[in-house]
Write a protein that binds this ligand. Structure first.
Ligand code: SF4
Length: 333
């Protein structure tokens, strides 16, 4: 089965908050709120490109805070998604703020076909949330998670790394709390300095320094391993590269890379393989599943280069018997 998400972005018009790092129009590349027919058109267009068989399709409302929209708009959007997809989608995913979830809201979501709710937890550290001007506290995340799970929905808790006042220890604690709260999905977003945000001022005044790309990749790979060991699926690391981020129009500083997720997966495979490699004259024959070869070799062959520079002799092979993360190394020579 192949999984497809049909993404629909709801910009910050849905959100009266102003978190220090957020300028949704730059992040999503979109400023106008979509209309009912826009949603139907997006879904119809996507469905034309997705095969009919062996597919699991979800409509995903991202950006902004879905449940911060007036209730009629939420119901309209969900109705548009259900009618446009003519029975082809298996569920609807929304993302929202933890303090915009109540039992009544959850009930409305369930009644209108929502199956997955992702909350922007961002951090479970009180001080970090305060500095980020999130406008909610850790207990809001705890309560909202309970309402979502009690209703039988799938819970996703998104986190950020590199927020003001944050560090790798606090991030690890946030990850532990995410597991403890029963989330089965997460996303890891590195904090970026985006134009026209409070963070831009702090960065210009020297009060805030973002993580370097290397630090963000390293921390994300550690968190990724922790989550997968604890059966929490990491849906993504790094922001979706909107046009504004890619072109640099909205982006000022921080660990942005259009292939951030690839860099993280490469790092995970580098660390994984390194433990098993043996010094020359032995040649390390590395066997991996077909769909993991790119990660094992690394983004733009970065792992291959890394091991070569360390003096290892290494050859990559596909073993069709292998699945998922499985791999083994044969030593020749
Ligand atoms: S709650 Fe979300 S959409 Fe609103 S300002 Fe904060 S990050 Fe941006």
């Amino acid at each position: 089965m192949r999984h497809y998400n049909i993404p629909i972005f709801i910009p910050e018009l849905a959100c009266p908050h102003r978190c220090v790092f957020c300028n949704q129009s730059y992040i999503t590349g979109q400023v106008e709120i979509p209309q009912y027919t826009d949603i139907q058109n997006i879904i119809t267009k996507y469905l034309e490109t997705i095969p009919q068989d062996n597919t699991v399709i979800q409509v995903a409302f991202f950006g902004g805070s879905f449940t911060g929209l007036p209730i009629e708009i939420q119901q309209n959007y969900l109705h548009a998604a259900l009618t446009a997809s003519v029975g082809r989608i298996s569920g609807i995913r929304i993302s929202t703020r933890p303090d915009y979830i109540t039992p009544n809201i959850v009930k409305m979501l369930v009644d209108n076909g929502v199956t997955h709710v992702e909350l922007g937890a961002q951090s479970m550290d009180e001080e970090v949330l305060k500095l980020a001007n999130r406008g909610h506290e850790p207990h809001h995340v705890e309560l909202a998670s309970k309402f979502i799970l009690d209703a039988g929905l799938t819970l996703g808790l998104q986190m950020m790394i590199g927020l003001p006042g944050d560090d790798s220890e606090k991030s690890a604690k946030t990850a532990e709390k995410i597991v403890e709260l029963g989330a089965t999905e997460t996303r890891i977003y590195p904090t970026l300095v985006i134009r026209d945000t409070a963070l831009e001022k702090w960065w210009q005044q020297g009060k805030y320094s973002p993580l370097s790309l290397n630090e963000a990749v390293k921390l994300s790979s550690k968190l990724y391993n922790y989550f997968t060991q604890n059966h929490v699926k990491v849906l993504r690391t790094g922001l979706y590269p909107s046009e504004d981020l890619n072109s640099g129009a909205g982006f000022l500083a921080g660990p942005f890379h259009p292939n951030f997720n690839e860099l993280v997966m490469s790092r995970i495979w580098r660390d994984r393989l390194e433990k098993f490699l043996k010094e020359p004259p032995l040649v390390n024959e590395v066997f991996v599943a077909k769909n993991k070869l790119n990660h094992a070799v690394g983004f733009q062959s970065c792992n291959k280069t890394y091991f070569l520079e360390k003096g290892y002799k290494l050859r990559y092979h596909i073993d069709n018997q292998l699945e998922g993360e499985g791999f083994y190394v044969d030593y020749r020579g």
